[in-house]
Structures are given as C-alpha cells and as structure tokens.
Design a protein around this ligand. Structure first.
Ligand SMILES: CC(C)(COP(=O)(O)OP(=O)(O)OC[C@H]1O[C@@H](n2cnc3c(N)ncnc32)[C@H](O)[C@@H]1OP(=O)(O)O)[C@@H](O)C(=O)NCCC(=O)NCCSC(=O)CC(=O)O
Length: 352
C-alpha cells in the first residue's frame, strides 16, 4: 500500500510586521532591566541570527481555527476528494483559539471539531481531534494518519498545523520577534502512483530538556500582568537541535533505504535560518558530504516561525511553484524534519 500526500493548502495572514516595526518596543532582560543598546542594534542582531526580516500576524477577526479552515478547504480541493469521505481531521496546535488581547487559549470544543463545523461535514464517522506536540505537531499528525491508514481504520485523513503565536508572545521579550501566525493543511490517503511515505522517526526528550520551551511571566515588572506567555531558552534549544536533529534525520533515511544522493529537498521546521543551516550541514557531515546548494527551501525571511504551520505552508508553496528557484517533481525523495516544545523531534522520508 502506498500512502501519499495528495493535496495541500495554506493560509498566510495578511498583516505584515517588519523588524523595523519593533523600533519603539520596550525590550527587557528577563529580570526586567533594560538593554544597554538601542532597539536598532537588537533588531540588527536578531535579523543576522535568525534570517527573519518580517512576519505575518492574523487580523483581529480571524483565529487559529479560521485560518485552519481556509487552508483545509484548499487542501481538499487540491486533492480532489469529497470532504464527506474524510475519516479523520487531525489538528496540530499548542495554544487553541486565542482571542486578541485575552491571552487565554480556547480548546472547547477542539479546534478539529471547529474546522469540521466550518467545512460543514455531516458524516459523524469523520473523527476530529487535536494534537499537541510542539512545532513537530503537523508532522506527527501525518505519521498518525499514515498509521491509521496502514492499519485499515482510515482511508483519508486531513492533517492541519495552525497557530496564532502573535497572541501568546510577551512584547517585552526580544525572542517574541521570531514568532508569527499561519496555517497549513494536507490530505493523506492510500493511493497508487501519487507518492509514498517511506519512513518516519519520532522522539521526546523530557529530562533536562522538558522545559526549554514553557509558559512564563512577562519580563516587565511594572504592571500586574498575570498572563503567561511563550518563553524559551533559545541557546539551549539551538544546542539541543544541532546535536539531536541531524541524527534523527539520518536514522530515518537509513530506515528508508534511500541513498543520500537521491534526496532532493529537506523541508525543515523554520525557527531560525542559521540554526536550520547548522542542522542540515551536520546531517550531511555524517555522510562526509557538504550541504548541497538549494537543498533546504526557506520562507522564514518573510513568514517567521509559525510553529506547526511552517512545514505544511512551505511544502504547499514549493509544490505550487511559489518559492523562487525551488521546485519538486514526481518521484523526488524529500525529507521533512522538525524540532520544538516537548522537546520533540521527528523526521519523515517521502517520495513525491
Ligand atoms: C533565540 C536565538 C535567536 C538566540 O540566538 P543565539 O543563541 O545565537 O544567541 P545567544 O544567546 O548565544 O546570544 C548571542 C547574541 O545575540 C543576542 N541575542 C540573543 N537573543 C536575541 C534576540 N532574540 N534578538 C536579538 N538579539 C539576541 C545576545 O544578546 C548576544 O549578543 P552579544 O553578541 O551582543 O552578546 C536562538 O538561540 C534561537 O533561535 N534558538 C532556537 C529557537 C528555536 O528553535 N525555538 C524553538 C521554536 S519551537 C517553536 O517554534 C514553538 C513550539 O515548539 O511550539
């Protein structure tokens, strides 16, 4: 049985926020003290470390499940399937629907149910549930869909990754500039001659690493803000990722039996461009090879880190010829890989 990604769709929010839009922000250290240098310097440093120049935020009237619905409609149309045939809607996110300014995630009912409702799917046997797995959530959803189809309990699954991180960031934290909003959706089904999942690999590291990403207080000590915000030990994540992700990808490729020379593209979760380059360089180093030019499509400069949405959005864009100098063709072998809160890591080798 060949299990394939037969349709993709994405939603890119319309509001563009450039790095220069942070010039008037009050960035603080974690103890609430100001930095010794102006925001121009912080922003320059940020851009040179991460490669992010601008990011997209959802407009006030749109939440995570709305963006997911927009992406899902496109993926269903792209696959050419009847939405009533879907056996599962698997929705990866980590914060629920967050109303602008409220900071509280709403997950009742599940976001997958909200998407099913918006799609007006009547079939009760289309089972909808949410998946929390940090940034690697969308890829984990694909791995679950693959397992359901292989075992015979499903034929067609809709897998979504969507997040509205702009609504859970502490505006006093300079790391908040990394985060953005977006949605990507995919149809997974058993279909001959349409692609094939060849191998996958997942892991959770929850000892010293468990709280590298966490919900924490604002850095501002001035007002009584008891909200919690997304916080991270960025350097620790960086070091963790460059050690563990290259190994996880290699294990997955070895299992697939595909030779490294056959790999055409690597779609990696985009949190930091320099970090992603370091990961992929180390991956190739395990084969005593240099990283090939153009192997790693990127859109982080314009879209930032939309968590679970980065890979499905990028894959959709490349598939549809929307990323400059990046194409994939039928029969190409590509790798998907992600790392994030958990700390979770996963990888998948896929023949287009
Ligand atoms: C946060 C980082 C950008 C920081 O970069 P570095 O690690 O190089 O920084 P560092 O701590 O060694 O410090 C080097 C210099 O950069 C400065 N510096 C550090 N952070 C900065 C920032 N956000 N903006 C501007 N400057 C910054 C420091 O003051 C220092 O300056 P000087 O040189 O002047 O002393 C990076 O560590 C990073 O991207 N880490 C991984 C992020 C990641 O993958 N997150 C997970 C996403 S998971 C996710 O997406 C969500 C999910 O899973 O749900």
């Amino acid at each position: 049985m060949k299990i394939a990604i037969t349709g993709t769709g994405s939603y890119i929010p319309t509001e563009v926020t450039k790095n220069t839009d942070f010039l008037d922000h009050e960035f603080l250290n974690d103890d609430g003290t100001p930095f010794n240098h102006p925001n121009e310097v912080i922003i320059q440093k940020f851009e040179s470390i991460t490669g992010i120049k601008e990011r997209r935020y959802a407009t006030k009237n749109i939440n995570t499940s709305n963006m997911a619905y927009f992406a899902a409609e496109k993926a269903i149309a792209d696959a050419g399937i009847d939405k009533e045939e879907l056996d599962y809607i698997i929705f990866a996110h980590n914060f629920g629907d967050v109303t602008e300014g409220k900071g509280q995630g709403d997950t009742l009912p599940s976001l997958a149910t909200r998407v099913k409702h918006q799609l007006k799917i009547k079939n009760p046997k289309c089972v909808a549930y949410d998946l929390m797995f940090g940034c690697p959530g969308w890829l984990e959803g694909i791995i679950q869909a693959n397992a359901f189809i292989k075992s015979g309990i499903a034929k067609k699954c809709l897998v979504i990754g969507a997040e509205t991180l702009s609504r859970v960031v502490d505006k006093h934290d300079r790391d908040s500039m990394i985060y953005s909003d977006g949605a990507g959706a995919t149809i997974v089904e058993a279909k001959e001659d349409s692609g094939q999942i060849l191998a996958h690999n997942s892991a959770t590291y929850a000892n010293g690493e468990a709280y590298f990403l966490f919900f924490g207080e604002t850095y501002s000590k001035e007002n009584e803000d008891d909200h919690r915000y997304i916080k991270m030990y960025g350097r620790k994540i960086y070091e963790f990722a460059v050690i563990h992700v290259p190994k996880a990808i290699k294990e997955c490729l070895d299992e697939s039996g595909v030779d490294i020379s056959e790999v055409k593209k690597i779609f990696i979760h985009q949190a930091n461009e320099k970090m992603d380059e370091a990961i992929i360089k180390r991956f190739y180093k395990q084969f005593n090879q240099e990283m090939p030019v153009g192997i790693m499509p990127m859109n982080i400069a314009k879209l930032g880190n939309s968590s679970v949405a980065t890979i499905p959005t990028l894959y959709d864009m490349v598939r549809k010829g929307k990323v400059e100098n990046q194409t994939i063709s039928k029969g190409d072998v590509v790798i998907f890989a992600s790392v994030g809160a958990g700390m979770n890591i996963n990888a998948m080798v896929y023949k287009v």
